[in-house]
Design a protein around this ligand. Sequence first.
Ligand code: HAM
Length: 403
Amino acid sequence: MINSLRGMNDILSEDYERFTYFINTATEIAQKYGFHFIETPLLEETALFKRSVGESSDIVGKEMYQFIDKGENDVCLRPEGTAGVVRAFVQKKLDKAGGIHRFFYHGSMFRYERPQKGRLRQFHQFGVESFGVDSVYEDATMIMMVADILGACGIGYRLQLNSLGDSNCMPQYRDSLVSFIQSCEDKICEDCQRRKSTNPIRVLDCKNPTCRDLYTNAPKLINNLCSTCQDDFDTLKKILDNNDIAYEIDTNLVRGLDYYSKTAFEFVSDNIGSQSAIAGGGRYDRLVEFLDGRPTPAVGFAMGIERLMELIVMPETAREGYYIGAMDEEAVDLVVSLAQKKRKTDKTTIDYKAKNLKNHLKAADKANAEFCCVIGENELKEASIWVKDLKNKTESTIALKDF
Ligand code: HAM
């Protein structure tokens, strides 16, 4: 038997209902916020992710589904959605057009990670990206949109917040962090030794307990922000306070992708185990320029749909439409034609086999139909159909011309 690859799941039946319910809910909310759908390819040039997510990140360094295609192009399956949207934004010359452009997307992402609960190799994200708004109010709006989507799905969360500074204050902070790392270099893990020269900020995200202990004494970025970044961060907190969005400041929140500056945030759930991040995002004002576009401020987020599916509180689904069945072989053709007509306006399921009434009622109940409609020998003779309203528990026989 051939099975799906490790960390790659099928989505069907009840899972599929949750999946589509989430996408529909999130889409409706994103549209209310003025965002428009964008679809970008699953396969992109590897260079796109090297230049955006960053060569020093685990995603690019260890987790890419990368290969040379038949035309000798170095390509990979997208590990995330932002880089492709920025590429499309620049390719369509929207950076040159100016103005504000807001997009949302959903689809598969691929990361060759070690699979475990909540961590897949093919997973789905719902994400949004906003271009052209150089205001921390847009950052707050992003956070409020995530909160709205989670609220609409009945999902509780904790919001973690940090500021990563900008090209003004970050380099100075990085230097002081490197000096700190050098002071305890002999005690830190191998990964941190490497990070010290490739991307020192990432040491703050290390999961090794010894490193974590040591870094409690490291200088904090939040105490080293320039006045613009500090003002923006204070404004962000004020907007969230005004709108009753609770948050925790996490000075070690650096995110696993290199393109962020200023606002960085993560929504976590305490109810899904160790892979607790359900959404993450932030501002990335330099990325459009890194990908050869005109400098454009930008901010966005993505939510991990598989992790959310476990948490969604589904609304009760009301009975809907018709179930039509035959109790006599002779009635099957008629039942097929009736169903075909009914489907023009209503959800209609059908059984091609003649069965007794009890079995039809069972099948109608399973299909969650509102009406169970059956034609037997008598109904055939009288050109009628027997109908049971499964909501109100009433029964009637109706002339076919009135059905
Ligand atoms: P990210 O934090 O890498 O950000 O991913 C966003 C979310 O995707 C995570 O919070 C998590 O819920 C889900 N996720 C990530 N990896 C996996 C996995 N292996 N299995 C299951 N779920 C996973 C980004 O991807 C950025 N592009 C977000 C963004 C958009 N920033 C600005 N705009």
